[in-house]
Design a binder for this molecule. Sequence first.
Ligand SMILES: *Cc1c(COP(=O)(O)O)cnc(C)c1O
Length: 352
Amino acid sequence: MLDVIRSDIRQLTAYQVPDARGLIKLDAMENPYSLPAALRAGWLAALEHTELNRYPDPQARTLCEVLRQTMAIPEHCGLLLGNGSDELIQILALAVTGANQRLLAFEPGFVMYRLIAQLTGLEYIGVTLTADAFALDLDRALEAITRQHPALTFIAYPNNPTGNLFDPQGIEKIIEAAAPGLVVFDEAYAPFANASFMPYLETAPNLLILRTVSKMGLAGLRLGYLVGAAECIDELNKVRLPYNINVLTQHSATFALRHQAIFNQQTEQICSERQRLIAAFNAIAHIHCYPSAANFLLLRLSNAPAVFDHLKQQGILVKNLHGSHPLLNNCLRITVGTPEDNTALINVLFQC
Ligand SMILES: *Cc1c(COP(=O)(O)O)cnc(C)c1O
């Protein structure tokens, strides 16, 4: 019976998420702080009258209004919600797929672009970043775009797993060269970066901005959003399955965003801990720490797999990137945790 399953799918392995039970979890860019106790009663009250027997509002109108108010979304732009931004990447891919259609992204980068391209039948083109600083090589990018005419180009800004912000100088050229292909700025880490291409929506009709509430502290809700020209968002909306944002997510996210100040405080704390970690790593001779505008740090060590194993034995789970891309040999990616988590991490690394 498995013969009916596509052979390219049978050759895949399912997306692996390691078991983190009992470990300090610094592998998945989660905000380490849960909803503060003072807000929990209000949150539960907001959920109390949820009608679980009814379908959710298919347009999630209240949530969309709050997002527009809190996330500086230009008034004339369209807004599309996804069950995580991963779902929006899938919606984009499904909307453009067809014979000889391509998806272009930069490597090392976010693995979902390649996976979703493969699953939706798009040809995937990976353009390599510079080896020393993981910078975007503008000439290489423009050459690939003008030769391949990708229907979709993804730019993670800041990039995952490298953590850097690409130099915005010249990126408009990529947006122009890719037209009429869509260029998606994946700004999953915008809260930690103080940088966004949102203002460019005014002038670039083929530009889309992809965001998520996952990294700012609501990963459990699964909510992403896509902003762009209203006509384009209207077309993409036809691909979205009805009711993709469940009632609990709609009510919880609406409540949380109305208390955005809490998340801004947590973000500030994470950014100051990021600086403390950078200083600590720079004081360890065998560690090279790359600059980061995100809530994680990329480290290069002399033997990353051994350090990964040792950290795990000591109860700390990080992401081992060794073997995932040639430019990431001996690299680990470490999410910024609570001050206590980070101190535990520094202590183990000092002894390595
Ligand atoms: C984490 C991440 C996402 C996925 O976000 P979800 O909304 O949780 O699906 C998307 N893009 C990048 C670059 C990420 O690192």
